[in-house]
Design a binder for this molecule. Structure first.
Ligand code: GDP
Ligand code: GDP
Length: 454
């Protein structure tokens, strides 16, 4: 699990700038879900050895009334779900009335709040931040989000205290994640023995609760109640054909037939945490809707997290043939970037094709965690090389020497050779696809890494 950091502050203080720097991406998950009107962005931050979920809450002034107040409250829900709040202010403007109103609100929350004075570039830091101590929120940090100045120190100071609760906040150094044969063998054995954790995710009303009940209903179910907040999913153990599973239920199906208990069903943070914690992400799409940007964002998030993916297109019952054909075309067109994932057309309501989902889940999990030895990987690499020689780089032929496994979830193949870093992307992609086919890897992304020399 990753900690959640919320960026809060009035418009124009630099929240998006910091968000983009932390996530290094512009395609964040934008929460344009029904019922959540204000523009909020969610992303996975991976910065200077730290990883966490970051929310840009959009602008809040702190003095909203009427409909604005309603929307601001929803943004404040994001604060509620966060572990820490970075309260951003503009060092060039000094303290404003809106800052004070927002500070009053934040002081009343039971949260770690850190004041961050942005746009420090070209200013004298000490005198620029002095003004902000009157907000009464303790120490004031200073950064220049646009240039990255101070960001590393800020993360260190604010995230370090979370290490005990969230060990994953520190990105493990690369060397620890791969190479060692014994570790890889032990890990594969461990995975083979574990229940498969499936996160059922998707937009509100696509049929997640119905599907979860259907998956559980077919077999023996052990439901245990875990107290939790709105951002916590429910974990349900189940077994089918001698395989143990844990269903991570983001929709809030607490007990079979008691869906009424599921208040506050949908939360983006809950969904993202569930993806982080799962082995296999089961994305539910509503066949009666367009494929939305949120669907793509959720897939993108799962992909970034290296999770296996199974796609279910739900509410397939009673659709006209035209609609079915059109949707299939759309899936081809828009889901090309996850072409390794199986797509199932199901009706959770009637139970049609639901049983097949387990096969794809097992296949994806196995693909992500199976042990492949150095000899086999090198042999596949040689076959690929024989069929298509690597191209010349600066007049010399790139030479691939050997391949070995580097890790799981997603499976990593490490190739050693001469000048391998200069291989064109087309050839790298060719190798990746070759490994995918040869190893029959389905449902999970596969990574190929290149190392210079032996
Ligand atoms: P948001 O509304 O809080 O998300 O603010 P933005 O990230 O959109 O930034 C508002 C403006 O401040 C933009 O013009 C940014 O280029 C500028 N800005 C952001 N960070 C910095 C900074 O560190 N230094 C300076 N000088 N300008 C910045
Ligand atoms: P959630 O918000 O994603 O958990 O969605 P629900 O499971 O609560 O379902 C939302 C609505 O879609 C309910 O009215 C369900 O009865 C309906 N629904 C779910 N699955 C299907 C399906 O396969 N076919 C049809 N026609 N309706 C469905």
């Amino acid at each position: 699990m990753l900690p959640v950091v919320a960026l809060v502050g009035r418009p124009n203080v630099g929240k998006s700038t910091l968000f983009n720097r932390l996530t290094r991406t512009r395609d964040a998950l934008v929460a344009d879900f029904p019922g959540l009107t204000r523009d909020r962005k969610y992303g996975q931050a991976n910065y200077d050895g730290y990883q966490f979920i970051v929310i840009d809450t959009g602008g809040i002034e702190g003095n909203e009334e009427g409909i604005d107040l309603h929307m601001a409250k929803q943004s404040l829900q994001a604060i509620d779900e966060a572990d820490i709040v970075l309260f951003m202010v503009d060092a060039r403007e000094g303290v404003t009335a809106a800052d004070i109103a927002l500070a009053d609100h934040l002081r009343r929350q039971d949260k770690s709040v850190w004041v961050v004075a942005n746009k420090i570039d070209g200013l004298d830091a000490d005198s620029a931040v002095a003004d902000f101590y009157q907000l009464g929120l303790g120490e004031v940090y200073h950064i220049a989000a646009a240039h990255g100045r101070g960001v590393q120190q800020l993360l260190q100071r604010t995230l370090e205290p979370l290490r005990d609760t969230y060990p994953d906040v520190i990105t493990p150094p690369k060397e620890e994640r791969d190479e060692d044969e014994d570790t890889l063998v032990r890990q594969a054995e461990y995975y083979a023995d574990q229940p498969i954790k499936i996160a059922i995710v998707g937009r509100p009303n696509v049929g997640k609760s119905t599907l979860t009940n259907r998956l559980l209903g077919e077999e023996r179910v052990v439901v245990f109640d875990m107290p939790g907040t709105t951002r916590d999913s429910i974990y349900i153990d189940m077994e089918r054909d001698d395989q143990k599973y844990v269903i991570i239920d983001t929709a809030g199906v607490r007990k079979r037939g008691r869906i009424d208990l599921a208040v506050e069903k949908f939360s983006v943070i809950k969904t993202l945490q569930a993806i982080e914690d799962a082995n296999v992400v089961m994305l539910v799409i509503d066949a009666r809707d367009q494929i939305s940007d949120q669907d793509l964002s959720l897939l993108g998030f799962a992909l970034n997290a290296g999770r296996s993916i199974v796609i279910t297109v739900n509410k397939w019952d009673g659709l006209e043939q035209d609609a079915k054909d059109w949707l299939k075309q759309e899936l081809d067109r828009r889901l090309g970037f996850v072409d390794f994932a199986r797509i199932h057309f199901i009706s959770a309501l009637h139970g049609t094709n639901v049983g097949h989902l387990f096969g794809s889940v097992q296949e994806a999990y196995k693909s992500a965690t199976q042990r492949v030895g150095t000899a086999q990987l090198t042999q596949i690499m040689d076959m690929a090389q024989d069929e298509h020689q690597p191209p010349l780089v600066r007049g010399r032929r790139v030479k691939l020497k050997y391949a070995h496994a580097g890790g799981y979830n997603p499976p990593l193949v490490v190739i050693h050779g001469n000048q391998v870093k200069s291989l064109p992307n087309t050839y790298k992609r060719y190798l990746m696809n070759y490994f995918r086919k040869a190893l029959k890897v389905m449902g999970t992304p596969i990574k190929v890494e290149f190392r210079e020399g032996a």
